[in-house]
Design a protein around this ligand. Structure first.
Ligand code: HPA
Ligand code: MG
Length: 217
């Protein structure tokens, strides 16, 4: 996707927590709302429309767990609605994967929760990978390399967020919701050590929150 087509979120447009409903159990652990839930939903609707317009046939929509699940669920719902509103009808099948990235070496490898036997189902299919966030880009590049071994017809990637970070490898997905500042964000299924997935808005975590929910040995 061309950067001109996504929403560039800057730190100037962070909203005060007081302006939105935030679960009491997280209030002190956050500094601000970066993207309100309603704005996320409107953007996801638009991405669904673009995906339908550009789909060349049935899609295998592949959710990258766990962070991608909310975006995946809402995206699928909007794609279905597009059909009921008289838009192009695109048959979907759904797949779910967990991806573990092994860094260390430059090329690196990924381990998928699907067996190679299960991945053979991807041969000849149009795959849409649905991810929550592209940060360094490393995991996605490795995942794409791995999937291509199974000879799909095409592979596209939709990521709700892309982080503007100096450690990016330059990878840009086919569909992007928002480009965000180089801050740690949570909510809308994005987590910090498994917390904050139960928060609707995308928020910036506070120092207190990082400490409170840190993994302590
Ligand atoms: N939040 C949650 N998960 C992430 C982030 C983030 O900012 N970056 C990479 N994974
Ligand atoms: Mg993730």
């Amino acid at each position: 996707m061309d950067p001109k087509q996504w929403i560039d979120v800057t730190t100037e447009v962070q909203y005060s927590l007081d302006h939105f409903v935030i679960p009491d159990h997280y209030e002190k652990a956050l500094t601000s709302v970066l993207i309100p839930h309603g704005v996320i939903m409107d953007r996801v609707e638009k991405l669904a429309k673009l995906i339908v317009q550009e789909a060349k046939g049935p899609l295998v929509v592949c959710c990258v767990l766990k962070g991608g699940h909310q975006f995946f669920a809402d995206l699928i719902n909007y794609i279905k609605k597009n059909v009921t509103r008289g838009g192009k009808s695109v048959p979907l099948s759904l797949e779910f994967i967990k991806v573990k990235s092994y860094s260390g070496t430059e090329s690196g490898t990924v381990k998928l929760s699907l067996t190679d036997e299960e991945c053979k189902e991807f041969a000849g299919k149009n795959i849409l990978i649905v991810e929550d966030i592209i940060d360094t880009g490393k995991t996605m590049v490795q995942l794409l390399q791995k999937l291509k071994q199974f000879e799909p017809e095409s592979v596209k990637v939709a990521s709700l967020l892309i982080k503007k970070t100096p450690v990016s490898n330059g990878y840009i997905p086919d569909y992007v919701g928002f480009a965000i500042p180089n801050a740690f964000v949570v909510g809308y299924a994005l987590d910090y050590n498994e917390y904050f997935r139960d928060l609707d808005h995308i928020c910036v975590i506070s120092e207190y929150g990082k400490d409170k929910y840190a993994i302590k040995n």
